[in-house]
Design a protein around this ligand. Structure first.
Ligand SMILES: Cc1ncc(COP(=O)(O)O)c(C=O)c1O
Length: 411
């Protein structure tokens, strides 16, 4: 077996291939001194709204700002409660707290790792009460009215949106999609009878263009997408110190503007995104087939019939994770863990008094997930090598140490 290293992610090759086009962006920004706002930002916003099949896109400084400002623009207020999943990147809950709201969690589905609609229903029906005056549901734990829900399209796979949207209608909740890992992912909406893009289903959605994302900037960037013109307008004001026009501050806002050079970079890369996503899907199919063809009991990724994921990450589960990680590192195979600590047990939230066992599916995934190399230029030879090293490690492990795989996401 060749002993060349297999990186977890290759961010060099793609930028070398697009170097000339990217340099034109930098040059035009330098020549016009158009660094903030302006035509590069407006152009990308139009293009990305079209890509997401959404009416509006508002560029933001990063995905965290996009999520926080989408919540505020959607009307989430101090003292409200916003419910999400514990298996996500920390930014999801930072955005909730920093919008002034309380965090509540519901567990993920143990196979898709995205919000389990049944658990959301159980939470709303049994862990909340109806306030007779406002008719709103109130969280028994936080005491605050539950006003919004954030399904996270984790690892590039959308959450099961139809039942989540039905519950949101029934309980009067705003749905904000965390689409930071899901540029181009699709969901078949049975109630609409058609495929829907990530970012087009909730009241608004937040995207991150952190460099390692399926669509990544050469620095920090993010965006909100929405069909709601008023919400888009509020996001535009919130990202720019609450200004409705220069130095006219109608509300207090933030500095969360999308840098023009990053917008130009994203416009260069966006036309390639569908092809890159397809290449990721093809790599995921290869991993599935390689694992399926072996004697080892490796479970292939669970992709429900309603999902067309974009494989931001490809995650396998290993009961003896440390051993697998060490073996792969020794063999020169890059890996990641997304995420090692479910957020209800993270140190920052000690005061919320959640306990181990509160969200078992998220806890088990967090203790077993291993993200394997996944990027559009990953070669079949490299994939064969990754699979061989994984199998070699589990074959040498105790019989109890079995591995299961699922398609997953990255930060
Ligand atoms: C699920 C999720 N939410 C939010 C974010 C925050 O995005 P950013 O890093 O651009 O602020 C990320 C990015 O890593 C993410 O993966």
């Amino acid at each position: 077996m060749s002993k060349g290293k297999v990186p977890f992610l290759d961010l060099i090759t793609v930028h070398r291939e697009l170097e000339q086009e990217l340099l034109v962006v930098f040059k035009s920004a330098i020549e016009t001194a158009g660094f903030i706002g302006g035509p590069l930002v407006q152009r990308f916003e139009r293009e990305f709204a079209d890509f997401c099949e959404s009416r509006f896109c508002v560029g933001m400084a990063n995905g965290t700002d996009a999520l926080r400002l989408a919540l505020i623009a959607a009307g989430v207020k101090a003292g409200d409660t916003v419910v999400t999943v514990p298996l996500t990147f920390f930014a999801t809950t930072e955005a909730i707290s920093q919008a002034g709201a309380h965090i509540d969690f519901v567990d993920v589905d143990e196979r898709t790792y995205t919000m389990d609609p049944e658990k959301l229903r159980a939470y709303l029906e049994t862990e909340c009460t109806r306030d007779s005056r406002s008719n709103r549901v109130v969280s028994k734990r936080t005491g605050g009215p539950v006003t919004a829900v954030i399904p996270v399209h984790l690892y590039g796979q959308m959450a099961d949106m139809d039942p989540i949207l039905d519950l949101a209608t029934r309980f009067d909740l705003v749905v904000i999609e965390d689409a930071c890992q899901a540029h181009g992912a699709e969901y078949f909406s049975a109630r609409e009878g058609r495929w829907r893009k990530a970012g087009s289903m909730g009241r608004a959605a937040a995207f991150s263009f952190y460099p390692g994302k399926n669509l990544g900037a050469c620095g920090e960037a993010g965006a909100v997408t929405t069909d709601d013109e008023g919400l888009a307008r509020r996001c535009q004001m919130l990202r720019d110190h609450g200004q409705s026009a220069k130095y006219l501050h109608d509300i207090e806002g933030y500095n969360a503007r999308l840098d023009a050079i990053q917008a130009g970079v994203l416009s260069v890369k966006l036309p390639h995104l569908a092809k890159w996503n397809e290449q990721r899907r093809e790599r995921a199919r290869s991993y599935d087939e390689f694992f399926a063809a072996t004697e080892q009991p490796v479970t292939v990724p669970h992709i429900p019939s309603w999902s067309r994921p974009v494989y931001h990450l490809y995650v396998v589960r290993a009961p003896e994770r440390d051993r697998l990680l060490n073996d792969l590192a020794a063999a020169g195979v890059g890996t990641g863990i997304h995420y090692p600590v479910p957020l209800h047990l993270t140190k920052a939230y000690e005061a919320l008094r959640f306990r181990p066992g509160d969200f078992p599916a998220a806890e088990q995934t967090a203790s077993q997930a291993v993200s394997l190399p996944m990027f559009p230029g990953l070669s079949h030879e490299q994939q064969r090598r990754v699979v061989a090293e994984v199998l070699h490690s589990i074959a040498a492990a105790e019989p109890a140490a079995r591995i299961s795989s699922c398609s997953s996401g990255l930060r």
